[in-house]
Design a protein around this ligand. Structure first.
Ligand SMILES: [Zn+2]
Length: 216
C-alpha cells in the first residue's frame, strides 16, 4: 500500500468505523455469521478459448453484490479477506475438477484504474487462493494494454467489443505449455476472461481455466 493510500485508509477508518455490511456489528466488514449465510450458486461452462469456466456465487444476491461493490468501487481492500475465504470454501469443492495449475493469473487492471483504486481486487483474491492451495500467482505475464469501460455498462455485443484487443501477453516463454487458472471477481458473459484466454492460448498456453467469484 502506498503512503497516500495508507493515509487515506487511516482517515477513512477513523471517520467511518468498520462494521459488518450485513448486520452492522462493529469490528469487521463481514462477520462470520453473515458470511455463513451467503449461499453458493455454482455454475460451470465450456468457453471458446477457456477450457472451462467456474463461478461460485450469484451477483443477483443483493447482499453479495453489496460486498463486491465495497471491494471494487468503495476501495475497501479489507473485504478481500472474507471474500477470499468464501472463494476458497467453494473452490475446495471442485478442486478435483481443476487439478493443479502451473500458476494463477489475475485479470489485470489497466494502469490508470490500478492507480485510482490502489489495488487489483482479482489479484488480492488470487493471493488468498495461492496461500491456501499453494498455486503460484503470476501477475506480470498478462497486461491490460488498453483502458476499457466497465463491463456492467455494456450490452452483450458491446462487452465483447469493449475488451477486444485489450490484453496482451508480456512474457510468452512463461506461458508456453502451461496450465493456467485465470481469476476474476465477477463475470457476466465471460467476455473479459475469454479475451484473456484467447491471448494466452495464442501465446502457447496448454490449458486455461477461468474462475470467477460471482456470476452476474
Ligand atoms: Zn454480520
Amino acid at each position: 500500500m502506498s503512503f497516500f493510500f495508507a493515509i487515506k485508509k487511516f482517515i477513512f477508518d477513523t471517520l467511518f468505523p468498520i462494521e459488518c455490511l450485513g448486520c452492522g456489528r462493529e469490528g469487521e466488514w463481514l462477520c462470520a455469521a453473515c458470511r455463513e449465510n451467503i449461499k453458493p450458486d455454482h455454475h460451470s461452462l465450456r468457453g471458446e478459448f477457456l477450457d472451462r469456466i467456474f463461478t461460485f456465487y450469484s451477483y443477483d444476491n443483493e447482499f453479495f453484490k453489496k460486498i463486491i461493490h465495497g471491494l471494487k468501487y468503495k476501495f475497501v481492500e479489507d473485504l478481500a479477506s472474507p471474500l477470499g475465504t468464501l472463494l476458497i470454501r467453494e473452490l475446495k469443492r471442485i478442486e478435483g475438477q481443476i487439478g493443479k495449475p502451473d500458476f494463477i493469473v489475475p485479470v489485470p487492471l489497466h494502469r490508470k484504474r490500478l492507480l485510482e483504486r490502489g489495488f487489483n481486487q482479482s489479484e488480492l483474491l488470487a493471493l488468498k487462493i495461492s496461500e491456501y492451495f499453494g498455486w503460484p500467482v503470476e501477475n506480470t505475464v498478462l497486461k491490460r494494454s488498453r483502458a476499457t469501460a466497465p463491463q456492467v455498462s455494456q450490452d452483450e455485443a458491446g462487452r465483447k467489443e469493449n475488451v477486444g484487443n485489450a490484453f496482451s501477453v508480456v512474457d510468452s516463454l512463461k506461458i508456453l505449455n502451461k496450465k493456467i487458472v485465470l481469476l476474476d471477481d465477477v463475470t457476466t458473459t465471460g467476455a473479459t476472461m475469454e479475451e484473456c484466454a484467447k491471448v494466452l492460448k495464442n501465446a502457447g498456453a496448454k490449458e486455461v481455466l477461468g474462475l470467477a467469484l460471482a456470476k452476474g
